[in-house]
Structure formats: C-alpha cells, structure tokens
Design a protein around this ligand. Structure first.
Ligand SMILES: NC(=O)c1ccc[n+]([C@@H]2O[C@H](COP(=O)([O-])OP(=O)(O)OC[C@H]3O[C@@H](n4cnc5c(N)ncnc54)[C@H](O)[C@@H]3O)[C@@H](O)[C@H]2O)c1
Ligand SMILES: CC(C)[C@H](C(=O)O)[C@@H](O)C(=O)O
Ligand SMILES: [Mg+2]
Length: 362
C-alpha cells in the first residue's frame, strides 16, 4: 500500500489538488493500485493555523510517504512576514532540501490539439517535446545570505551561490541518463563566461561525457538559451541547468505549450518523490474555479510512473488529458474559438471520467 501525502497549500493550490485527487481515485478504481492519501497543512494556511508554514508533523508525514503531491504556496497575505516564515522560503525550500530531491524534471510538451493555443506560431511549437532538468537543492536559493545596515544609510546584501562537484555530478548523471533514453541530445545551460560556479558546472558536465559516448553534449550560455527557446525551441531535447536558471527557463518553456497551467514536475533523487505543477498559487485567479488543473494532473501521471511504479496508471492519465483536449474542452487560459470552456472542477471531473471509461468503449 503506497502512502501519498497531499499538500494543497494556498491560492489555487487546493482547487488543483482536489482535481488531481479525483483523477488519482479514478486510476485506483481502474488499475487496482493500492494507496492511501493523507492531506497535511503546508504554506501560508499552515502558518495561519499553527504559526509555522512547515509544521513538524507535516514534514514527518512527508518523510514517511512514498510520494508527496503539492499544489502551490504563497500569496500577498504572507509576503511581508519575516523571510523564514514566508511559505516559499520557510516551507517549500526546506521541504525540497529535507526530501533531498536534487533533480527536478520539468517536461514541456505541446499537445497536438493545443498547437494554436500558444502565443508562438504553430510551426515554432508543433511537435515540441523537451525536458528541463533543474538542480533543485543548491545554488543561490540555499547559499548563505545576509543583510547589513551601512553607516551612511541604506543596506548591503550578500547572497551566495555555491555548488560542489558532487552536487553537479549527481544531477548531471540524471540528465545524461534521461538523454540516453530519449534523443541522445543533452544541452547544459550555464553562464560560464562570467560565473565561477558555471565554470565548475561546465567542467564537471564535460568530464562525464566520456562515460556517455552515445549522448551528444552541448553547452549554451543562459542568455542565448532564453532567446533560442522562443526562436527555435525544437533544437532542444534534454536541458540541464542550475536551480535559478531552471526556475526561469521552465516558466518560459511552459508558455510554448499554451499555458503555465500545463506544466507538471517531478522532483527526484531522495527516498520520497515530490510532485508539483511548476506554477504558483496564482492569487489573481484563486477561488474562481478557473485555474487549469492539467499541470497538477500531469504531475499525478509522473507520480504514478516514478514513485508508484504504475506505467499503466501514468499512461491512463496522459491519454485521458489528451483525449479531453482533443474533444475540444479547455480551461480559460488555453481557450480557443469554437472550443468548450470548463472550470477547474469540471475539467478535472471530465479527465477522471475519461480515466474510468478507458478501454471500456470501442
Ligand atoms: N511552487 C510554488 O508553490 C510556487 C511557484 C511559483 C510561485 N509561487 C508563489 O505564488 C504566488 C504568485 O506568483 P506569480 O504570480 O509570480 O506566479 P504564478 O505561477 O502563481 O502565476 C503567474 C500567472 O500565471 C497564471 N497561472 C498560474 N497557474 C495557472 C493555472 N493553473 N491556470 C491558469 N493560469 C495560471 C496566474 O493567474 C498568473 O497570471 C507568489 O506568492 C509566489 O511566490 C509558488
Ligand atoms: C516558489 C518558489 C520558491 C519556486 C522556485 O523558485 O523554485 C517556484 O517558483 C517554482 O518554480 O517551483
Ligand atoms: Mg518558478
């Protein structure tokens, strides 16, 4: 019996997690896979209830699970708290660190029925299928930081970017292995013309290339990469990069698919897998039942594949999403003329229904 912890979080988090749980339950009925789902407080709502965004009990429960499914955290209500109590810095980052999930997989795939939903031209995005592997537990996010008051007034801040050979090597191996299973092409993204950390990054990644002779490795500077991602994204297959560059480039890559509401993620490398959509709590649309639940539902597919050993379940979910989009159903962020607009809960229900019906009709 697998143990799954859900952390709905804040803003649209609870709306998209409710949809994803519906889909998971449909997968259970369809495949017989056994799991127990337990919800836990996390983020701003946990701070409101308990005074901390990451309660001890929540962390313990996550560590004792096979997989954690997270919605999103944060929002204006908690933006002015001392930084260690903010949902992002006080809950999400320590959770990733404690789960030791150093490899964050963010696939950006364009569904054929959504080719015209992107703001980019059809020929630029049609058939796009790339994966960003983002280092998730190092870099600027976790380096030493401090703020000093200056005698003449104002402040000075110090923010440290640290990476060790070992931290780079383990995520790079992950990327080489994935590239080997896909097209055999790996692009490592850095800023080696300026940053010492990027020079070590490039050295370590290049040093591994001899062990993967079947993978064609190339390096690109991050600023050029950002430009190439909108100019000709299909040149990329597996992209490997450090924490902050990966954060920014994956939001950019999401827009190629039509919406940030489409991009799932899996964070791996520790004992427990962490699954979350790449988007945030979207306070501007929270509580309106209009958020796109597909990023979270596709994160469920990744969870079934990587933590619950159910390729069958993962494929059921992916096919259900594809078929609902193919039938012309859309949330507002991917709405196109002539299509049928659905809310978050209606879209989730329909995907769950397609999972339940799979293979039962000709
Ligand atoms: N993993 C996380 O928990 C996470 C990730 C990113 C941002 N955040 C937090 O979320 C809050 C809002 O951040 P932001 O506005 O910069 O980023 P965001 O991703 O929440 O929203 C950016 C834009 O995309 C839209 N959007 C996001 N998800 C969507 C969905 N599923 N369907 C349709 N539209 C969607 C939003 O409405 C908004 O216009 C901040 O507090 C931020 O720190 C949390
Ligand atoms: C909320 C924030 C800490 C987080 C990050 O930067 O990792 C988010 O933007 C993401 O992409 O998951
Ligand atoms: Mg982000």
């Amino acid at each position: 019996m697998y143990k799954i912890t859900t952390l709905p979080g804040d803003g649209i988090g609870p709306e998209v997690i409710a949809g994803a749980v519906q889909v998971l339950n449909a997968v259970r009925e369809r495949t017989g896979i056994e799991f127990a789902i337990t919800e836990a407080p996390f983020g701003g709502n946990a701070y409101d209830q308990t005074g901390t965004p990451l309660p001890e009990a929540t962390l313990r429960q996550c560590l004792a699970s096979n997989a954690v499914l997270m919605g999103a955290v944060g929002g204006p209500k908690w933006d002015n708290l001392p930084v260690h109590l903010r949902p992002e810095v006080g809950a999400l980052l320590p959770l990733r660190k404690k789960l030791a999930v150093f490899a964050n997989i963010r696939p950006s795939m364009v569904f054929s029925s959504l080719v015209d939903a992107s703001t980019l031209k059809r020929e630029v995005v049609e058939g796009l299928d790339l994966v960003v592997i983002r280092e998730l537990t190092g870099g600027l996010y976790f380096g030493e930081k401090r703020r000093e008051q200056l005698p003449q007034g104002g402040f000075r801040v110090i923010e440290t970017l640290e990476y060790s050979t070992e931290e780079i090597e383990r995520v790079a191996r992950f990327a080489f292995e994935l590239a080997r299973k896909r097209s055999g092409r790996l692009t490592s993204v850095d800023k080696a013309n300026v940053l010492e950390s990027s020079r070590l990054w490039r050295e370590v990644v290049s040093g591994l290339a001899a062990e993967y002779p079947d993978v064609e490795l190339s390096h690109i500077l991050v600023d050029n990469c950002a430009m190439q991602l909108v100019r000709y994204p299909k040149q990329f297959d597996v992209m490997l990069t450090e924490n902050m560059f990966g954060d920014i480039l994956s939001d950019q890559a999401s827009q190629l698919t039509g919406s940030i509401g489409m991009l799932p993620s899996a964070s791996l490398g520790g004992q427990v897998g962490l699954y979350e959509p790449i988007h945030g709590s979207a306070p501007d649309i929270a509580g309106q039942n209009i958020a796109n639940p597909i990023a979270t539902i596709m994160s469920v597919a990744m969870m079934l594949r990587y933590s619950l050993d159910s390729e069958e379940g993962a494929a059921l979910v992916e096919r259900a999403v594809s078929s609902v989009l193919g039938e012309g159903y859309r949330t507002i962020d991917i709405m196109q003329p002539g299509m049928t607009q659905l809310g978050t809960s209606e879209m989730s229900r329909l995907i769950a229904q397609r999972v339940s019906e799979a293979g039962t009709t000709a």
